[in-house]
Design a protein around this ligand. Sequence first.
Ligand code: PLP
Length: 377
Amino acid sequence: MDWKIQLFQLNYTQEEKNAVNSVLDSGWLTMGDNIKQFESNFSALIGPNIHSVAVSSATAALHLALLAFDIQEDDEVIIPSLTFVADANVVSMVKGKIVFADCTSLDDWSISLKSIESKITKKTKVLMVCHFAGYPCDMKPIKELCAKHNIKLIEDASHAPGASVDNLSCGAWGDINCFSFFTNKNLSVGEGGMLTTVNPIYAERLRFLRSHGMSSATLERHKGRAISYDVIIPGLNYRMDEIRAALGLVQLKKLQQSNDKRKLLTKRYRTNFMSSPIAIPYSIDNKKYQSAYHVLPVLLPRNSDRLEIINGMKAGGIQTSIHYPPFWDFAAYKDICKPEDMPITAEICRRELTLPLYPNMTFDQVDIVCKTLIDMV
Ligand SMILES: *Cc1c(COP(=O)(O)O)cnc(C)c1O
């Protein structure tokens, strides 16, 4: 399909090509200087005393976080009911029990503090929150609640590199936090992810888990600093390679500027929809947080036919998406949840539509998307 306006476009230039070429020229493809530098620069973005561990995806990062917490069969993990399926899948992989918490309201789609509180039991070991579309959850009360009940906190910050709340970056609040550098994320390398933590013990454990539990890396042996290795704990191979780290370094430099552009485009969307029946969530101007403006979600009018609208947008050459289908629509999860248990999520999942947003989008393109949509509702 030849879209007139795509949902997302990479902001890659010659700089990314040069970065990849320099890795190829170096003759070293994985776990080298680019990884070290990318981790170090990412830590600087998130804040003081942050340890960053680069991995192959956010899903790998989330899985490692649960392994680092030693989550066992039947331990309960509270996750948002409006999130990407990876959050549930990783809990399934460690045989934990998934417990869904509802959204806060039709305007604030973040996980509800009240809903979290009502789901806590003696078996609750972990709370996972997601900064939906880049809009940070209200982390202070969430962190306090976790401390009170001795629950580990994971931020799924896949949408939120560069976002912050109460002057602390997303990725600095939880015990272990996860970022995605998948193609369509704010910082894209194709496939990649990052773990962040202020706890050096977790950081060390995550490094072992990432690389077969081995005590020394190939590069150390190559440089003659180590001859063999021990296996300290059982681990996996969730490493990132040098090409992706090199792309990440370039993309990281552009992140703030890209997020600023996303913010301006989001503002334009808000202005255009102001006197229409289309609602954009997180409408209250909240000085507490800075969003990363990852995607542009809207809530369609209650009685509109979403499928018809998606097809109408498609006919106009405009690509849209849905964030997210509800868990009860998935064969793997339909038996553990139902819409009545999370009424706000159910309503959002019925009416949500995601519109194009990417740094190189123009205001004219935003105007075309808005006009096309408004004409249909
Ligand atoms: C993209 C995404 C993930 C998974 O990221 P990958 O890097 O593709 O594994 C997890 N959670 C959320 C909220 C995401 O948007």
